[in-house]
Design a binder for this molecule. Structure first.
Ligand SMILES: C[S@@+](CC[C@H](N)C(=O)[O-])C[C@H]1O[C@@H](n2cnc3c(N)ncnc32)[C@H](O)[C@@H]1O
Length: 266
């Protein structure tokens, strides 16, 4: 398995990622996630909502249709172009802005009632400080008392998926999988590093012009994520385990955490 480039997020999120992540094409999953956001945040109609790392806008456009004033931010212009087309097709006024989640100065401070980060779009950066910096930027663009919702894969659940079922030694913490649902074949390998609590995820396309992209991201247990939120000026108020807002346990696939921004600087 090859190492991911130091700034892997600039090379991983291309066509190969959107084509090979099955969930991105599943409308039912995006519907569930969008309903989950609405139920978990309990915002007023018209509330100003930022979808941070919005990708191709599958949630942003649904949340706009649900009555919120939605802004989507992503690093990748190609994804934002797709999001704009998606909004246009659905006659939704959601706006999309290109920015790095570590630097949200393109957005007015205090200008959102809520920020969401969905489908494990948190923990990308090499250091704790940089990942915490994303939470501080979220705090800065939130109005006092505004809410953040973070949805990430539950580290403890991930560790229970490895081993015998995949024909791999339990101590290896490797998941190998493949997806051919598009008619194109992708091999996925996810390897957990217990020294860093990071997953290296490699996607290899198979065919005439094989390509490999690799990611390397931090995965969190619920208590770590909540401690980080507290460190960055938030008061965590709830944690759920799945999009149906079922109670959180170590068996839950997701950590869906809501926290409120305390007044003052993060
Ligand atoms: C796992 S995908 C999830 C996308 C979207 N939330 C969804 O559920 O469809 C992560 C997203 O983060 C974006 N991203 C990666 N690095 C970023 C950065 N530094 N700043 C802003 N967005 C970034 C990627 O382009 C990608 O769209």
């Amino acid at each position: 398995m090859t190492a991911a480039p130091a700034t892997w997020w600039t090379t991983f999120f291309t066509e190969i990622y959107v084509d090979s992540d099955i969930e991105l094409r599943d409308d039912a999953v995006a519907d569930d996630m969008s309903r989950c956001v609405t139920a978990a945040l309990r915002l007023e109609p018209g509330a100003r909502l930022l979808d941070l790392a919005c990708g191709t806008g599958r949630h942003a456009v649904r949340l706009s249709a649900a009555g919120f004033t939605v802004t989507g931010v992503d690093l990748v212009e190609e994804y934002l172009d797709r999001a704009r087309l998606r909004a246009q097709a659905a006659h939704q006024p959601a706006r999309f802005v290109q920015a790095d989640m570590r630097d949200l100065r393109a957005l007015e401070p205090g200008s959102f009632d809520a920020v969401v980060s969905l489908h494990t779009s948190f923990g990308f950066f090499p250091s704790h400080e940089e990942n915490a910096g994303v939470l501080r930027e979220i705090h800065r663009v939130l109005a006092p008392g505004g809410k953040v919702l973070i949805d990430v894969m539950n580290r403890d659940w991930f560790l229970r998926q490895t081993g015998v079922a995949f024909g791999v030694d339990q101590t290896d913490f490797v998941i190998r999988n493949f997806d051919s649902s598009t008619g194109r074949l992708y091999l996925h390998e996810e390897r957990f590093d217990p020294a860093t609590s990071r997953i290296r995820w490699e996607i290899r396309s198979v065919g005439d012009q094989p390509r490999t992209v690799a990611a390397d991201y931090r995965v969190y247990s619920a208590h770590e994520l909540m401690a980080m939120l507290a460190e960055c000026g938030f008061a965590p108020t709830a944690v759920w385990g799945d999009y149906d807002l079922s109670p959180f346990s170590i068996h839950s696939p997701h950590i869906i955490c809501v926290a409120t921004a305390a007044a003052g600087r993060a």
